[in-house]
Design a protein around this ligand. Structure first.
Ligand code: BDR
Ligand code: CA
Length: 331
């Protein structure tokens, strides 16, 4: 298997954490050059600290972490308005739902983010210096990439592919119209979709990621690894099961989508996606449908195609792939 150089941009975040872990456990497939952080699931200091904790758990404090945008480009959405209410809630049994915990339940680290460096400028510097094209895996609001691309559009000459978790076709979560990463910073998503006219851009929609789930049986399987990573996976899956059962039932009880990890599984094996089409995608910025991704499936659309839209996942393949990758940590 060819080894890809990748850069993550994350808002860790329980599913971002599992995406990072899965990539780092596949050194034959990925060289992780750095991890940029952005405000999203939690404010920037927390998404950064959580990312550093994940690296510490894997003994990978050598991977640089670079802090990026604290706020969306334009939108007035901030952490408090968008999701606080959802994150700080209790279910019908009175249990607190620690979905995307402020601090993930793993030890802190003495490693810190790079000093005097913003993710957008680091991205530009790193891409422009790259001798080999780099794949970008963006699993949070798209603010950092949008800033970098606006400042230096020539970075795309050094990008092999961009894979994002964003948007939806029929599925939404933050509002009746929008998926969280796009809703948080719709203008950044719009700028990112423009990049898709120039380099391959693949979007894991909620339609696909709602089928990229783990179950209580998977959580038990991973706990049996009997190591700190197994316990962490168990804890995160269990929190997500609780959150989805209470906040966003998806029609089947006891399933926990691990949205962001689908980007990594797709790069390892594109057949994990069972329906994908190259289409024109746009974003609604503002108004009642703020953050809606408009996926144009018309054959006769006059608008240019810019995004490989992933609509469906082979759930059994996803579950087996990701669980067996986590199990590498015991060997
Ligand atoms: C996306 O939003 C975040 O809450 C998750 O980390 C994922 O990236 C799902 O809509
Ligand atoms: Ca995320």
């Amino acid at each position: 298997m060819r080894k890809r150089k990748i850069i993550f941009d994350v808002d860790t975040g329980s599913d971002d954490a599992l995406a990072i872990v899965s990539a780092l456990l596949c050194p034959e497939a990925f060289e992780v050059l750095g991890i940029c952080t952005v405000a999203g699931n939690r404010p920037l200091p927390n998404t950064t600290d959580n990312t550093l904790r994940v690296l510490e758990l894997l003994g990978r404090g050598d991977v640089p972490v670079i802090m990026g945008a604290e706020k969306p480009l334009v939108a007035k959405n901030d952490f408090t308005r968008v999701i606080r209410q959802v994150l700080e809630t209790k279910n019908e049994k009175g249990e607190t739902i620690a979905y995307h915990a402020e601090s993930l339940p793993i030890p802190p680290t003495t490693h810190t983010a790079l000093e005097n460096e913003h993710a957008a400028t680091w991205l530009i510097k790193t891409l422009m210096a790259a001798e080999e094209k780099i794949t970008l895996v963006l699993t949070g609001p798209l603010t950092n990439f949008a800033l970098a691309y606006r400042i230096a559009p020539e970075i795309l000459d050094h990008v092999e592919e961009i894979v994002i978790m964003a948007g939806g076709d029929n599925q939404t979560n933050s509002t009746g119209a929008a998926e969280f990463n796009v809703f948080f910073d719709p203008e950044a998503a719009w700028i990112t979709f423009d990049a898709g006219l120039k380099v391959p851009l693949t979007m894991m929609t909620l339609d696909a990621t709602h089928q990229a789930y783990l179950t209580p049986a998977d959580a038990d399987r991973l706990r049996k690894m009997n190591n700190p990573l197994g316990q962490f996976c168990y804890d995160e899956i269990t929190e997500r099961l609780k959150a989805y059962n209470y906040l966003q039932p998806l029609g089947t009880p006891d399933i926990a989508p691990i949205h962001d990890a689908l980007c990594v599984m797709y790069l390892l094996d594109p057949t994990v996606i069972t329906k994908k089409e190259f289409l024109h995608v746009d974003v609604v910025c503002g108004g009642i449908a703020n953050g809606l991704t408009l996926v144009d499936t018309r054959i006769w659309t006059p608008d240019p195609k810019n995004v490989n839209v992933c609509f469906a996942t082979d759930t059994a393949k996803f579950r087996e792939m990701i669980c067996s990758i986590f199990e590498r940590s015991v060997h």
